[in-house]
Design a protein around this ligand. Structure first.
Ligand SMILES: Cc1ncc(COP(=O)(O)O)c(C=O)c1O
Length: 387
């Protein structure tokens, strides 16, 4: 039986290991461990990768979101509008900033923020729109920006899963006032530990971020604001500089594999494949299908050596940790329905088309045993890549 993991860190490391070991040895030889040449060079390289003016390396994607909110002036009493279909960190960061998360439901085709629902969520306390480019697909940002301009709000992109994604030819990181990226190990660009980066075109926001990540200090022991310790370290930055040179090619490999999955799964009753929205360049951090009998399919795949996942099984408004926000079952029906049906199939640049064949064959075998229908919803697309 095959064994296909959800992500394959060893496969990515193998061809890079000599270079990575040399870079790590270089940092240890110099013993300059924080905010040194590797971090500053990575910041320049990553800003260039996004076509943005500034990037500020921080301790994690969560910190990039939190510090991004602080740099945008968010504080207690403010509201930040986001989605319930995201990783909890989006909402933890809002909470850390002392603000209140306000949710809008997701689009039934892309599973991203339904931009037509933003207006109804805006109040006089709203400060920031926080769309999440989940799975590697950018949100329809022209509509987000339009609403932001109309209501005087700032826009912070959660691009933690979307390194290199594009909307209408512009990279994530340039689609709002600032953006947050994660370097969590499994991301399209992952560190060998924790890391994150905030990207912006604004010099003022970048200056704020630089201060806030370093205890509000630009001169040692003189502090102009209360910040925190969230400095990306030199070892991670040295590794990330090497990996960044491969990111474009890795993203293309992911896109090609997604195309292979789409072709092989097309028309399979019981399965809805992901769409790439017309203005989007999706970088497939995750390849997420919707499936009937999802939980049984997950077990079946595991039993056949395929490690699949669910991103995410419980929408944030229904998480125990968010009970105090007062949301209830039924408040965001699209997010709730999608959470019951989604399943993430293995995707990483080193995955082979033979592996994709095996995964799709295993899914086909599962459904051939059952009489199934597609997940019912008039609004659900037939799937596949949209032209
Ligand atoms: C959508 C989203 N937002 C925020 C984060 C937080 O990033 P980190 O784990 O680096 O703190 C992650 C990743 O884990 C994420 O997927």
């Amino acid at each position: 039986m095959k064994n296909i993991p959800l992500v394959d860190l060893r496969g990515q490391y193998a061809p890079l290991q000599e270079e990575v070991k040399e870079a790590i040895a270089g940092v240890l030889d110099g013993m300059n461990l924080f905010l040194g040449e590797n971090v500053f060079q990575l910041e320049r390289d990553f800003a260039a990768f996004c076509n943005a003016k500034h990037a500020v390396g921080v301790g994690s994607g969560t910190d990039a979101l939190y510090l991004g909110l602080r740099a945008l002036g968010v504080g207690p009493g403010d509201e930040v509008i986001t989605v319930p279909n995201t990783f909890i960190a989006t909402v933890s960061a809002i909470n850390m900033a002392g603000a209140k998360p306000v949710f809008v439901d997701i689009d039934p085709d892309t599973y991203l923020m339904d931009t037509s629902k933003i207006a109804a969520a805006i109040t006089e306390r709203s400060r920031v729109l926080l769309p999440v480019h989940l799975y590697g697909q950018p949100v329809a940002m022209d509509r987000v920006r339009m609403q932001a301009e109309e209501h005087g709000l700032a826009v912070l992109e959660d691009a933690c899963q979307a390194h290199g994604a594009e909307y209408r030819g512009a990279r994530t990181g340039t689609l709002g006032d600032a953006a947050a990226y994660s370097f969590y190990y499994s991301k399209n660009l992952g560190a060998y530990g924790e890391g994150g980066i905030a990207v912006t075109d604004s010099r003022d926001i970048a200056t704020q971020l630089q201060l806030l990540r370093n205890h509000g200090s630009s001169t040692r022991y003189y502090h102009s604001v209360l910040g925190m310790n969230s400095r990306l370290d030199e070892l991670q930055a040295a590794v990330l500089r090497i990996k960044l040179r491969h990111l474009e090619q890795w993203n293309e490999a992911r896109r090609a594999l997604a195309g292979e999955y789409n072709r092989r799964l097309a028309g399979l009753p019981g399965v809805v494949t992901p769409i790439e929205a017309p203005d989007a360049r999706h970088v497939y951090h995750l390849y997420v299908i919707r499936a009937q009998a999802r939980d049984e399919l997950l077990e079946w795949l595991k039993g056949h050596g395929v490690q699949a996942g669910i991103h995410y099984p419980v929408p944030i408004h229904l998480q125990e940790a968010c009970r105090e926000l007062g949301y209830e079952d039924g408040d965001f029906p699209v997010a709730e329905k999608v959470a019951d049906e989604i399943i993430s199939l293995p995707i990483y640049p080193e995955l082979t088309t033979t592996d994709v064949d095996y995964v799709c064959q295993t899914i086909g075998d599962f459904f051939s045993d059952r009489r199934t229908e597609r997940p019912a919803a008039a609004t659900v697309s037939e799937g596949g890549t949209r032209e």
